[in-house]
Design a protein around this ligand. Structure first.
Ligand code: HEM
Length: 252
């Protein structure tokens, strides 16, 4: 009995490790330095054959990770909307939406904004969940041993920066959700807070304050919980009751 339980536990932990490796951990933060022995590596020429014409299969590559998308042939087959992705790595087009561009540098994702790399990571999640992972493409992201290239390391660094920034923004958004705002030609503008303003559901309403975040060209209105209104980075709206949830902003 004990052995049976032990073998089940071992099998489950193996399954967890497999899943963790291939489904969640798309970009482990350290460089992969060991030659991959189990994964198949494809050259660009090999990949180009999986185009639904030279072969019955449809493969695409995203950041050098190859997926069999044959079951989605209505999207990807010859003549279909997303055929540009087939038989190649056109990662950049997943963000630009430029599907008629056939240039050879559609995998040059470092040209994209940091935040766009998060978009690419989301596409990879979709392919991992919906389609079959086949292996890696030798080229910009992986070398002939299946190891990450320096280019890939730069992509990962940029992605990690974007993720950090996104987390910071989310944190700030929860602490200081944006106000509602409206403008009227006669009365000027009004800013106000509710328990849902800024799309952040909460159990407090808050009062409007101006905040000037680093990097932003001008201050904007956020809702602040009354016990936090004394922070030096927040500025009151002139002529408004400092603890009123709504404020008609004085016109100059
Ligand atoms: C950056 C722009 C875009 C990209 C990269 C993109 C990419 C894709 C991809 C890869 C699929 C297939 C998903 C799968 O395998 O399940 C898809 C499906 C789809 N896309 Fe887009 N798309 C873009 C813009 C748009 C726009 C602007 C529309 C609508 C006006 C649209 C409408 C659709 C629809 C309706 C489907 C599903 C089609 C079906 O189920 O038959 N896409 N898109």
């Amino acid at each position: 009995m004990f052995l049976k339980i032990l073998s089940i536990l071992v099998a489950l932990s193996g399954l967890f490790m497999y899943y963790n490796n291939y489904t969640f951990n798309f970009f482990p933060s350290t460089k992969v330095t060991q030659k991959s022995t189990t994964e198949k590596l494809y050259t660009e020429n090999e990949l180009s054959k999986y185009n639904g014409v030279d072969s019955d299969f449809l493969y695409l590559s995203l950041l050098g990770r190859i997926f069999d998308v044959t079951k989605g042939s209505k999207h990807y087959g010859p003549g279909s909307n997303y055929n540009i992705f087939i038989g190649r790595d056109a990662s950049k087009s997943f963000i630009t939406g430029e599907f008629s561009d056939t240039s050879k540098t559609l995998d040059d994702v470092l040209e994209l904004a940091p935040n766009d790399l998060i978009g690419l990571e989301n596409w990879i999640k979709m392919y991992d969940e919906q389609y079959i992972y086949k292996g890696k493409l030798i080229g910009r992201f992986y070398d002939a041993d299946g190891m990450e290239t320096d280019y890939m390391m730069r992509v990962k660094e940029k992605l990690e920066d974007a993720q950090r920034e996104k987390l910071l923004k989310e944190k700030l958004n929860t602490q200081y959700p944006p106000c509602n705002a409206e403008w009227d030609a006669n009365t000027g503008s009004r800013v106000w807070c509710t328990k849902r303003s800024g799309g952040v559901d909460r159990d407090w309403e808050g009062v409007p304050r101006m905040i000037h975040e680093p990097g932003a060209s001008e201050p904007h209105c956020v809702c602040v919980r009354e016990d936090l209104i004394n922070s030096a980075k927040l500025k009151e709206y002139e002529g408004c009751d400092p603890i009123a949830p709504s404020c008609v902003v004085k016109r100059d």
